[in-house]
Ligand binder design. Structure first.
Ligand SMILES: NC(=O)C1=CN([C@@H]2O[C@H](COP(=O)(O)OP(=O)(O)OC[C@H]3O[C@@H](n4cnc5c(N)ncnc54)[C@H](OP(=O)(O)O)[C@@H]3O)[C@@H](O)[C@H]2O)C=CC1
Ligand SMILES: CC(=O)[C@@H](O)[C@H](O)COP(=O)(O)O
Ligand SMILES: [Mn+2]
Length: 365
């Protein structure tokens, strides 16, 4: 039996985690639940159903929940606000099933130095796929990581086409039902940019050995190329049930977490290169990741502000990555070898302010 704390229980990741708990009452027990307060009726219902020892709303409640005795903390919060709960779980010595990629990306070395070997289990589907593909192997055998990308709802469009797209269109992800921020990030390919940084941090592979290939069907969740030329991929239906189940049960697999692929049905799987001219977000993330320290936090914070502005009709879709580029370019990475939480929070705050100023200037022009 695993005692599980679920942060962000009302979201896409959180509700699917609770579905897995419901389906596996002998395997998982919910001991903590937190959410942001945007859906109080659902949260109340979850608390009534799972009767966790601790529950609460907001960042402080999530930090406290992450410090409680448990076997695993699943961080399913969206955005940079997930950083302190991630650090709290790591400091408590609890296994961290990490969906909240932002906390690792913005915390970078700060998060890594707080984590014991194997303490972070990636839940992001691509990174779960890579972790599964690497099991039992030696890091020296790895030549490249290959992240798959859906290409988002605007795959195949030119930069000019993108000027008129609407928030409703951006939220029509081809395969996954996810929260608003990550779905928008999939449309801009910021999600894949963040995931390149996430892969670099999780697996200690240099950026030049992390590739991205567009695979619209998302049946291959990512791959590892080994030094002998062999490629190991993790394949499955495009849902989050296996990655979440693996996150909560690692290193075990949860029987029947998801239906297997039906190989009796004819299907075509396509692969194509990323169109970096129409979607510059990945190249920009590589630059921010290579600069390191506070640069990824700036990339992420500017993006969070831009996503809100796009959905509120204050910024056209291509403006999202334009503003991120402007803010990241103007950011001075501190001249320090190490990173503190204050450095990250200061960079995050600076980037939010800089992005808001730039968005207002664009709107006024
Ligand atoms: N959904 C998916 O399939 C995937 C998601 N991820 C990652 O997982 C994370 C969650 O994504 P997703 O589930 O889609 O997002 P959602 O927007 O669906 O859910 C976010 C959750 O975070 C909660 N939350 C927001 N702010 C706070 C806060 N200050 N304190 C505590 N809880 C808060 C929300 O609560 P409420 O709404 O009740 O206020 C909600 O429960 C993101 O980092 C995303 O990138 C990664 C891979 C796949
Ligand atoms: C399910 C998951 O992990 C998401 O990050 C998803 O992969 C988004 O896919 P794209 O960003 O490739 O559209
Ligand atoms: Mn992903």
């Amino acid at each position: 039996m695993r005692d599980v704390v679920i942060l962000g229980s009302t979201g896409s990741i959180g509700t699917q985690a609770l579905d897995l708990v419901r389906a596996n009452p002998d395997r998982f027990r919910v001991v903590g639940l937190t959410a942001g307060g945007g859906n109080p009726a659902l949260f109340e219902q979850q608390v009534a159903e799972f009767a966790p020892a601790f529950y609460g709303l907001g960042e402080d409640a999530s930090i406290e929940a992450a410090q409680r005795p448990a076997d695993v903390v699943l961080n399913g919060i969206t955005g940079a606000v997930g950083l302190r709960p991630t650090l709290a779980a790591l400091d408590a010595g609890t296994m961290l099933a990490l969906a909240n990629k932002e906390s690792l990306i913005i915390g970078g070395p700060l998060v890594k130095e707080r984590a014991k070997p194997g303490q972070i289990v990636p839940v992001d589907s691509e990174h779960s796929a890579i972790a599964q593909s690497l099991r039992g192997g030696s890091p020296a055998e790895v030549r490249r990581l290959v992240l798959t990308a859906s290409g988002g709802p605007f795959r195949g469009r030119t930069r000019d086409d993108l000027a008129q797209v609407t928030p409703e269109q951006a939220l029509a992800h081809p395969n996954f039902a996810m929260g608003r921020v990550i779905t928008t990030n999939s449309a801009t390919l910021v999600n894949k940019g963040l995931e390149v940084i996430e892969a670099h941090l999780l697996f200690d592979i240099p950026f030049e050995r992390i590739d991205v290939v567009v695979h619209p069907q998302q049946m291959i969740h990512s791959m590892v190329e080994f030094i002998d030329g062999a490629v190991v991929a993790q394949i499955g239906l495009p849902t989050m049930l296996v990655p979440i189940a693996m996150g909560m049960a690692w290193p075990e697999r949860v029987p029947n977490a998801e239906a297997p692929v039906d190989w009796t049905r004819a299907s075509d799987w396509r692969f194509e290169p990323v169109d970096d001219a129409a979607f510059p977000a990945i190249a920009l993330a590589r630059e921010a990741g290579a600069r390191g320290l506070t640069a990824p936090a700036v990339y992420n914070a500017a993006n969070e502000v831009c996503v809100d502005a796009f959905h509120e009709g204050r910024l056209p879709f291509p403006g999202i990555v334009d503003v991120i580029a402007d803010v990241v370019t103007r950011h001075d990475v501190p001249s320090t070898q190490s990173l503190t939480l204050d450095d990250v929070l200061a960079a995050d705050a600076w980037a939010r302010e800089a992005a808001a100023t730039r968005i207002a200037a664009i709107a006024a022009s």
